[in-house]
Design a protein around this ligand. Structure first.
Ligand SMILES: Cc1cc2nc3c(=O)[nH]c(=O)nc-3n(C[C@H](O)[C@H](O)[C@H](O)COP(=O)(O)OP(=O)(O)OC[C@H]3O[C@@H](n4cnc5c(N)ncnc54)[C@H](O)[C@@H]3O)c2cc1C
Length: 264
């Protein structure tokens, strides 16, 4: 077995070495830098108080620490202790600590429930059985060419950088499962193949939460919501996002017609 090179004069040399090792890998290396120094830069610029008020916005004060946590550059405990030490008021950083807690929770749940990583925890609450959902991701989604401008913008970010904001992950997952009728497992597998922080527990249980197989109801969104949180970051022109341009009530009826019948 050959020993892998560990020292490089610059990043370009590292990137071309990795390309030789993985000639099948498509596209260019992400602009996101790894390593402990980069991680320390990120954590020291984190505003955990502002995080609570802005985390749902595309330009909000999120940490972008997940790739570092996933690859073991920093532990959840280190992140938590750093944030607690830097803030007198624990109430004001509650939201950030809670999100760290979610990651921990998903990991612990996965440890004891390995079967549910790829199987529905519960049935879909969409009025459809799981065999209603398709097994394959269509080309237009794989290439970020769905014709829904904001979704294409989010997918392009995923393919280019390997990182997408949490709220955008929710939009993409909801679009795939509920607007396109595709099994959550298919989307989850695709995310794992692109995300720099691709973590089977956080990823797959989040997909199940969106799908409603691990929550009480399906997560859906509309264009007004994307416009509120990502205006100026992705294209939210109504004519370029027509499938999303409706009230929640209309979307609910359109996407889950069987629920209407059951309710009626
Ligand atoms: C469909 C979908 C797929 C996801 N796939 C992954 C994945 O593969 N790997 C992954 O680490 N996270 C995943 N998440 C959770 C979340 O989106 C990311 O952890 C977060 O966006 C990472 O960005 P950040 O470091 O800037 O997070 P911040 O918002 O700054 O949060 C700080 C840290 O808290 C944890 N965290 C934040 N939100 C969540 C959450 N909702 N669930 C679990 N942990 C959270 C992460 O470790 C994150 O680094 C997914 C969410 C969804 C909706």
């Amino acid at each position: 077995m050959s020993i892998l090179e560990r020292h490089f004069d610059n990043r370009d040399d590292l990137v071309s070495y990795v390309k030789q090792l993985a000639p099948w890998a498509e596209g260019n290396a992400s602009e996101i830098r790894g390593g402990r120094l980069e991680c320390e830069k990120r954590i020291s610029s984190l505003d955990a108080v502002r995080y609570g008020k802005t985390r749902n916005y595309g330009n909000g004060s999120v940490s972008m620490l997940s790739p570092f946590i996933h690859h073991g550059v920093i532990t959840l405990n280190e992140v938590r202790n750093y944030v607690i030490q830097g803030n007198d008021s624990h109430k004001s950083i509650e939201s950030f600590i809670r999100e760290l807690g979610w990651r921990d929770f998903w990991a612990r749940f996965a440890e004891n429930n390995e079967y549910f990583l790829w199987n529905d925890v519960e049935h879909y609450k969409t009025g459809y059985a799981s065999d209603h959902y398709q097994e394959k991701l269509p080309e237009d989604i794989l290439e970020g060419d769905t014709g829904v401008a904001c979704i294409d913008g989010f997918i392009s970010e995923l393919l280019k950088t390997g990182y997408v904001h949490n709220h955008a992950r929710m939009y993409i997952a909801s679009y795939i499962v509920h607007f396109r009728g595709i099994k959550w497992q298919v989307g989850a597998r695709w995310f794992l193949s692109h995300l720099l922080d691709g973590d089977i527990a956080s990823n797959n249980f989040s997909w199940q939460w969106i799908a409603s197989t691990f929550s009480n109801k399906p997560y859906i969104f509309n264009l007004e919501n994307v416009h509120k949180f990502f205006n100026g970051i992705v294209n939210t022109t109504p004519s370029k996002n027509s499938v999303l341009n409706a009230s929640y009530q209309t979307l609910q009826k359109r996407l889950f017609p069987n629920l209407e019948i059951q309710d009626g």
